[in-house]
Design a protein around this ligand. Structure first.
Ligand SMILES: [Zn+2]
Ligand SMILES: [Zn+2]
Length: 83
């Protein structure tokens, strides 16, 4: 059984990692970094690529990459949620 479409997508990963609405930049960066590792359905947007450029990425205990500063956005999404 092969999924439809020419690009490799990982529907299970997407179901478990929904991009929050109005996600802030650190959340979007961490999401896309994880997405690149697990799914190839779409490329990183320029805004995310530019945000990563030249930044020393941090890796959390569970292997998520993120921008430095603050807790891991994949492990602590609530920290970045806007009130
Ligand atoms: Zn995807
Ligand atoms: Zn994490």
């Amino acid at each position: 059984m092969r999924p439809d479409g020419s690009r490799k997508s990982n529907a299970v990963w997407h179901a478990r990692h929904e991009m929050p609405k109005n996600a802030s930049l650190p959340v979007r960066v961490a999401w896309h970094l994880a997405h690149t590792d697990h799914c190839g359905c779409r490329p990183m947007p320029d805004s995310v690529t530019r945000a990563i450029d030249g930044q020393p990425l941090r890796i959390c205990g569970r292997g998520h990459r993120s921008l430095p500063g603050g807790p891991c956005p994949m492990c602590w999404p609530g920290h970045y949620r806007k009130a």
